[in-house]
Design a binder for this molecule. Structure first.
Ligand code: C5P
Length: 223
């Protein structure tokens, strides 16, 4: 029987990519499958937590018992996250939010024109984690960082700038880590400057071990 050690916690978890529409038939997005966030949702639920999963478009079925809010764009994800934030105690941001969106969304399908080359104007999406960091009260906040290079310096910069308690960094240039695969190779960086490299594991094992870290952060807080 799984210990119900997370009973009393409400996890707010984001997962999957966002889609930024150009017109009714096209969008900008990324290769995120949602597997890491869904694995955390499943693991937290099994351990007795209440789970609110804010999910971008994925091919996955939300675990039973999880309250799933489906969103498409970064703007919608931000709305859903800020709405659920006051009732949550732990925030895990495993979604791959698109950094930019088209400045304009055409109402009708954009037709192919004469030019061989066209340009598209993009505008920065809101940083949801930064908004969470501002609005949060007592919540523990855990971020993810998918990097292809300079993993440590990027992860540490995000930990600080986004005011996180913990950041989970994975090198997406490694074929067994990151997007779409069922395994992950991660390194954790804590606010106190410590870090941990974990061996290659299934995403569900990473999720379970991460929940152990949440437990330890909590007990450190209360001691
Ligand atoms: O995109 P970036 O590498 O900065 O993402 C790091 C963390 O910030 C992730 O946890 C991601 O879910 C979150 N993020 C966010 N809003 C964005 C971009 C990223 O919350 N617009």
């Amino acid at each position: 029987l799984t210990p119900q050690d997370l009973a009393g916690e409400t996890f707010l978890i984001t997962a999957g990519p966002t889609r930024e529409e150009l017109d009714p038939v096209r969008y900008l997005s990324n290769y995120s499958s949602g597997k890491m966030g869904y694995a955390i949702a499943l693991a937290a639920c099994r351990r007795g937590a209440r789970v609110i999963l804010v999910s971008g478009p994925t091919a996955l079925t939300p675990p039973a018992g999880v309250l799933c809010r489906n969103v498409t764009s970064a703007e919608q994800m931000k709305q859903a996250v800020l709405e659920a934030l006051p009732q949550s105690t732990v925030v895990v941001k495993a979604a791959a939010v698109a950094d930019y969106r088209p400045v304009e969304r055409a109402v009708q399908k954009i037709k192919k024109g004469k030019p061989e080359q066209v340009e598209m104007a993009l505008v920065k999406n809101p940083d949801i984690l930064a908004a969470v960091a501002q609005a949060k009260t007592e919540q523990l906040v855990i971020g993810f960082a998918a990097e292809t290079h300079d993993l440590e310096s990027h992860a540490l910069a995000k930990l600080k700038s986004k005011n996180l308690d913990l950041i989970v960094a994975n090198d997406v240039s490694c074929p067994q880590a990151g997007f779409d695969v069922d395994t992950n190779l991660v390194r954790l960086f804590y606010r106190d400057g410590t870090s941990e490299q974990w061996p290659l594991m299934s995403k569900l094992e990473v999720a379970d071990r991460l929940l152990g870290c949440v437990e330890r952060l909590r007990s450190r807080e209360s001691s």
